[in-house]
Write a protein that binds this ligand. Structure first.
Ligand code: PLP
Length: 397
């Protein structure tokens, strides 16, 4: 491949752009993971990682992709044949359900149309009818990356409580953590699943389980086999700043710096920044005369926007053309949305001008690929991004 000058625009909804400070932090010698320098890093990380999850409880860090943390959440808390209630928000909820089946669980899948987040009332109704408490866990994807729809996790917890049901609540925040408001403790989540490569602004390679006391208690009697994923040995080693096996040392250096960047900006500001970029993106989509896939404004994602192609076709040719002409990667439609949508990632290390570059690239791509649209989307986004700025403002949000 010939060299392309300038920066590639990585606007898929994860992996996301890695800040230069994080890249530099990882550019270090790999150290002895049983030595004192690693221990200091481990203790620092275990002391500060909880804040991004909104928890004071332990967070387990795996050298694995998000799929591993899905498996860990299930195998630590459940037993063979257990019924789990899952909600079909889209492609990733479907993959989590398939994984549960492979592990010998019995998932019950509440059908969804891939244009909405989970319906808390439907979850509550199903739990209310489960008088024998056969359902051991409710599993929900907070931000469905395949559709750009967010599920109301607090409402799901309220529905579980209203049904007076003891099921655990397991939540996938792989594309929302560090981008969209999330509160593990306050919302009563039992296991939060997360990954490094999206809002945390790191390369792929780490994933996480934040664990409630109730989940820890459940892990003592859970009988699904696990070894690598087991929380027990992890937490014991973590309490001394170490891992029970070889950790991803250099990505952990990056995590240390990425958390500092997020905390320095302030989580409220990080969430507001993502909300604002998502609003500007939707303004562009509307001005182009295209349709946002998410059909419920209360469920709009602040980390990505999925856009329907006219007549639901041609998305892959369009994305190919944007990559070839403007060196920008956009997200593909997954499984049943294949070729019908493209997804714009606006999460992670991102600012107004990066968004304008992204939306300009989409608009230029729509034109060069001959996709039916109206001009003016980038202009509409500019209006949103300038409306809350004042002369001389140095606000970063
Ligand atoms: N869950 C969600 C919401 C995701 O977006 C992804 C990946 O994009 C996954 C799970 C799977 O994670 P991984 O590909 O890191 O294994």
């Amino acid at each position: 491949m010939s060299h392309a000058s300038g920066r590639h625009f990585l606007q898929i909804p994860g992996p996301t752009n890695v800040p230069d400070q994080v890249l530099r932090a990882m550019d270090m010698p790999t150290i002895d993971h049983r030595g004192p320098d690693f221990q200091a890093l481990g203790q620092r990380l275990f002391g500060k990682i909880g804040k991004v999850f909104g928890t004071t409880n332990p967070v387990v860090i795996y050298p694995a992709s998000g799929t591993g943390a899905w498996e860990a959440a299930l195998t630590n808390t459940l037993s063979p044949g257990d019924t789990v209630l899952m909600y079909e928000t889209g492609h990733f909820a479907t993959l989590w359900k398939k994984l549960a089946e492979k592990l010998g669980l019995k998932p019950e899948f509440i059908a969804g149309d891939w244009r909405h987040g989970a319906d808390a009332a439907a979850i509550g109704e199903r739990l209310a009818s489960d008088s024998g408490h056969e359902i051991k866990a409710v599993c929900v994807v907070h931000n469905e990356t395949s559709t750009g729809c967010v599920s109301p996790i607090k409402a799901v917890r309220d529905a579980i409580n209203a049904a007076n049901h003891p099921a655990l609540l397991l939540v996938d925040t792989i594309s929302s953590l560090g981008s969209i408001d999330y509160r593990h403790d306050e919302w009563g989540v039992d296991v939060t699943v997360a990954g490094s490569q999206k809002g945390l602004m790191l390369p792929p390679g780490l994933s996480f389980n934040a664990v409630s006391n109730k989940a820890l208690e459940a892990s003592k009697s859970a009988r699904l086999p696990n070894a690598y994923w087991g929380w027990g040995e992890m937490l014991e080693a973590n309490s001394k700043g170490f891992f029970p096996y070889t950790p991803a040392t250099n990505i952990l250096y990056g995590l240390d710096t990425a958390l500092d960047l997020l905390y320095e900006e302030g989580m409220e500001n990080v969430f507001a920044r993502h909300d604002r970029h998502a609003a500007a993106t939707r303004a562009a989509v509307e001005a182009w005369g295209l349709e946002v896939l998410c059909a419920e404004p209360a469920h709009y994602s602040s980390s990505l926007t999925a856009v329907l192609m006219p007549e639901r076709k041609g998305a892959d040719e369009f994305r190919k053309s944007v990559l070839a002409n403007f060196d920008m990667s956009l997200g593909a439609g997954l499984s049943k949305l294949s070729d019908q949508i493209f997804r714009i990632g606006h999460l992670g290390d991102f600012n107004d001008l990066m968004l304008m570059g992204t939306l300009s690239g989409v608009e230029m791509g729509l034109k060069t690929a001959g996709v039916k649209h109206r001009a003016g989307g980038a202009r509409a986004a500019m209006e949103v991004l300038t409306a809350d700025r004042t002369a001389g403002s140095i606000s970063k949000a």
